[in-house]
Design a protein around this ligand. Structure first.
Ligand code: GLP
Length: 234
């Protein structure tokens, strides 16, 4: 794993955006794996600036998001669909046909997971996957204990994850208890991965990632077995 330590959130966002920029300059029709959460927001902001300056275009990009809450309408402000529209899609040259986000309100979530995997198989592999890091080591919504062989699946969210994400909802009870997430194996198929983690709260998880063993009890640890991962942290 390559490690880039930064001194500020601004730097983290810059470094991450630079990697996405060079990916898009190398291959205009890249398949990007995108993440939500507060960590990548600064990176998206920088990418929008690069787009506005004419340095990059998303016109030929295909995107796959990692995850989506279950039972939250796509119109809900806290759905990851809305998050992505707000922080990236509506501000660059991306059209709905290029975008893939699991549908958390599909009639059958199990079928939705298979459909998502099929889409990934048709368009993939993902050229560059962006990941955040949960304080319990989750990537996407793959909570501790998830099989390293998992594909897109429905998950029960850990209590700590619901608490961590409660800040975005009016009440903790409003945080969905389930989500659809790309699996660990789906993520590991990506050609290149960048993982972003910033702040005190992520320190223990970063230490465990760097110095701990590879174990399903700490999902991010599998990244040590991927040939091209860059961790940007501070
Ligand atoms: C959520 C998302 C993850 C994200 C994580 C960290 O649970 N499903 O994809 O990486 O939280 O979020 P944050 O960046 O806000 O700390």
């Amino acid at each position: 794993m390559n490690q880039i330590e930064v001194n500020s959130y601004e730097q983290l966002s810059e470094q991450a955006a630079k990697i996405v920029e060079s990916q898009l300059q190398k291959k205009k029709n890249s398949v990007l794996g995108l993440a939500t959460g507060s960590t990548p927001v600064g990176m998206y902001k920088q990418l929008i600036e690069k787009y506005e300056k004419g340095d990059i275009s998303f016109a030929d990009v295909t995107s796959f998001n990692l995850d989506e809450y279950a039972a939250l309408e796509r119109t809900h402000p806290q759905s990851y669909f809305q998050f992505m529209k707000k922080h990236l899609f509506d501000q660059v040259d991306m059209k709905p046909g290029q975008i893939h986000i699991p549908n958390g309100t599909a009639e059958s979530l199990v079928q939705e997971c298979s459909r998502y995997e099929e889409d990934l198989a048709v368009h993939g592999p993902i050229d560059l996957q962006v990941l955040g890091l949960g304080i319990n080591g989750h990537i996407g919504f793959n909570e501790p204990g998830t099989s390293f062989q998992s594909r897109t699946h429905v998950v029960d969210l850990a209590e700590s994850t619901r608490e961590a994400n409660a800040r975005f909802f009016e009440r903790k009870e409003d945080v969905p208890s389930q989500a659809v997430t790309m699996g660990i194996e789906s993520i590991m198929k990506s050609r290149k991965i960048i993982l972003l983690a910033y702040g005190e709260m992520k320190r223990t998880a970063i230490d465990r990632l760097f110095y701990g063993e590879v174990s399903e009890e700490f999902p991010a640890s599998i990244l040590k077995e991927h040939p091209d991962v860059t961790v940007i942290y501070g």
